[in-house]
Each structure stands twice: as structure tokens, then as C-alpha cells.
Write a protein that binds this ligand. Structure first.
Ligand SMILES: Cc1cc2nc3c(=O)[nH]c(=O)nc-3n(C[C@H](O)[C@H](O)[C@H](O)COP(=O)(O)O)c2cc1C
Length: 171
């Protein structure tokens, strides 16, 4: 896909068919996350990628809005240090957002759908992912081929109009 098409085709996919993601595609998606910019290039993230069905099902229970993770072909857990606080924590979350966008656009480029899920139950996430005590899972990005219809540019996205969002020159 063209970049512009991938940006317009990305949508939260919460229902996946059971096709696996090829290793090379998953590698490229992870690489897109690794290449994301971050404040001072500190790269505060680690990624744990899960493809095992039992693990995915367990992971889908870390938050009531994470059920769709169970049927994904792969899920990437975005990990930060528990030591982060204040300004650094805010910046790290911004950086994770940039990594997330890279991952989702790279996936869309390959025709692979993606979704977000927050993590509420840290103890459960830590157990499923084998995280040390000084790390926590902040978000999950689940991946797979959409069960409904293939990704294609959305012509009427559910978004505030551009003239409301974009202020030109001054507010
Ligand atoms: C920070 C963040 C957290 C989100 N958490 C969840 C979640 O826990 N479960 C879920 O189903 N969707 C989650 N979403 C997806 C949003 O609901 C979705 O991106 C939004 O409704 C716009 O839809 P679209 O991504 O299809 O364009 C999250 C999105 C973001 C950016």
C-alpha cells in the first residue's frame, strides 16, 4: 500500500480470522516499532510479542476491553519501567504512542489489522508475559487479518471535521 492509503485504511480491528502472520511480516511490524522516534532517543520501551493461543487467551483477560486479543494472530505488549514517574512518565507514554502508530501503519501497509487494548490487571499481565517486578505492560496491540473485510482506505472516518480540529496561524 501507499503510505497515504495505509494511514487511511488503519482502523481498530477487534475480530480476526485465524490466519497466522508470516514471520517476516511480524518482524517488519516490530522493526517499525523499534524505529519510532523517542525523546532524547532514550527508547524507553520493550516489546513482548505473543503468538501462543493459550497466552493470548489469558492476556485477553487483563482488561474488560481486551477480549479481542484472544483471537488475534499475535499481540505485542508495550512495556515500560515501573520506576518512571512525573514528566518522564508522560514523555514515555508519548513515545509509546509513536511506536504504536508506527506498528499500526506498518501492519496496515501489509493488509494486517490491529487493535489497542489497555492493561488493568498488572499482576495477571506480569504473570502471562513473564515480566520482572520492575516492568509493567502499558498497552497491548493485537494483530491479525480482519474477519469482516480487508483493510481499505476509509472515505468517511468517524472523526471531528478538520476545520474544527486544525487551527491555522492562531486558535
Ligand atoms: C490510548 C488508547 C487506548 C485504547 N484502548 C482500547 C481498549 O482498551 N480496548 C479497545 O477495544 N480499544 C481501545 N482503543 C481503540 C479506540 O477506541 C479507537 O482507536 C478509537 O475508537 C478510534 O477508532 P479507530 O482506531 O477504528 O479509528 C484505544 C485507543 C487508544 C489510542
Amino acid at each position: 500500500m501507499e503510505t497515504w492509503d495505509a494511514i487511511r485504511a488503519r482502523r481498530n480491528v477487534r475480530s480476526f480470522d485465524r490466519r497466522p502472520i508470516a514471520d517476516a511480516d511480524l518482524e517488519r511490524i516490530l522493526e517499525a516499532g523499534r524505529r519510532a522516534p523517542s525523546s532524547r532517543n532514550w527508547q524507553p520501551w520493550d516489546f513482548v510479542v505473543v503468538t501462543d493461543r493459550d497466552q493470548l487467551q489469558a492476556l485477553s483477560r487483563v482488561w474488560q476491553g481486551a477480549a479481542h486479543v484472544a483471537d488475534s494472530a499475535a499481540t505485542i505488549a508495550l512495556i515500560l519501567s515501573t520506576a518512571l514517574e512525573g514528566r518522564d512518565h508522560g514523555i514515555a507514554l508519548y513515545d509509546l504512542g509513536q511506536a504504536t502508530a508506527n506498528v499500526q501503519i506498518a501492519a496496515a501497509d501489509l493488509g494486517i489489522g490491529s487493535g489497542h487494548a489497555a492493561v488493568a490487571d498488572q499482576e495477571m499481565a506480569r504473570e502471562v508475559l513473564g515480566l520482572p517486578q520492575d516492568r509493567r505492560a502499558v498497552y497491548l496491540i493485537d494483530l491479525g487479518y480482519p474477519a469482516d473485510h480487508p483493510l481499505a482506505p476509509l472515505h468517511k472516518p468517524d472523526r471531528r471535521p478538520l476545520q474544527d480540529v486544525a487551527h491555522r496561524g492562531r486558535w
